[in-house]
Write a protein that binds this ligand. Sequence first.
Ligand code: 5AD
Ligand code: SF4
Length: 461
Amino acid sequence: MSETTLLGMPTVKEGRVPTRTGRTYYLRTYGCQMNDHDSERIAGLLEADGMVPADDPAEADLVVLNTCTIRENADRKLYGYLGSLRRLKRDRPDMRIAVGGCMAQKDRGTIRERADWVDVVFGTHNTHRVVDLLDHADEWGPVTEIWEQTVDPADMASHLPAHRESEHTAWVTITIGCNNSCTFCIVPIVRGPEISRRPGDILREVETLAAEGVVEVTLLGQNVNSYGRDLEQGGHKALFADLLRRVGEVDGIRRVRFTSPHPKDIKEDVMAAMAETDAVCEQLHLPLQAGSDRILAAMHRGYTAERFLRKLEMARSMVPDLSVSTDIIVGFPGEGDDDFERTLEVVAEARFDSAFMFQYSPRPGTPAATMDAQVPAEVVQERFDRLVRLQNAITFERNQERVGRRLEVLVEGPSRRDPSVVTARTRGNRIVHVPGGWPAGTFMDVTVTRAAPHYLEGAPN
Ligand code: 5AD
Ligand code: SF4
């Protein structure tokens, strides 16, 4: 079937008319920003087919679960939830259940074996096929479709309609998959090798978003620094830095973020592009994972703590007022007390603005899952609590350092807890509560009046 592009509209298959008009879907997402972004596309495709979102799975004609498999508890949560959907489906046999995302990709047939009331199982490379697969399930019964690889990387994003969570901010995929081999990580197994989108496709998507009123984009990839290595022809080295500059120049785009760079690969060219491109925000997510060199080597990270700290220093010296967040894993196999103490030292020295902290979770098929000396759960918990206490204190201090400062914020909408204030975000990615009924999408300068452990309060200037 051929495809046509409608002016200013997403590409749709020729001849496709909405067939589910008025029927309702409930979509639940687990996992990372890639998955959030895929969910926006799934929602967009369902809505292009006439469906409308429902607030409650008990009333929805279709429940879609977009799954994650990065840590083990995700598996447990999924099967628990599928159990409750089974009861709903008993009362309403016409209800459809679809499971997509990383766990579907990894577990292949297992989901339908363990939960035969699921109608559609689709992999991470089959997101764009969701409506066809639902059609299949309606006509011929349950279906599983999991491709090993994206068939055409040009289709990764721009072709598909998306239902964006926000009118003013958007994610843009620049690479899918990952060529690294961190020994704890399942992503290379489920998302496959790295494939870059062509710069022209990315820029066209950003321009389209800007024309629709988007003012902030976040470029997404597992390792954004290696962007373009698979496209590179002439030995050109600064592909991501170039892309950042070009995205930053798109008319109407006032903020550009990206996630995530790999500490082993981030170089001065990217920091220079950040410093020199006004739209690129002073925000960096640089995953440390561990502070002990022995553990970093066992993780296959390709840097030492010293080198990580030097890169961080380089980044902070080149981009004034840079906010830095990180990821840290506690309890990797073989982590001894000394190794963990080293993580605490590096965290204290790095003074991250915020951190995502995880307890190590063995993932089937990864090298670390079968390593000796898995750390007992109670030891992991105790270390984890210490790390969280340390980082929370640093996050709070970092927030307090902002009091009295004048910062630009972008309003996201009314605060969920207090409708008399709006939630806004700084360029450094901090949440600021500002009194007033400012509409979403407003840029304003505020003076920070108070710091809380995880947010700021500000007064409009
Ligand atoms: N166990 C715990 N945390 C993990 N992460 C990835 N794999 C695992 C695992 N097996 C964390 C890493 C990564 C983040 C997205 O999730 O810190 O950066
Ligand atoms: Fe994202 Fe990895 Fe989870 Fe997949 S497994 S949703 S890539 S965090």
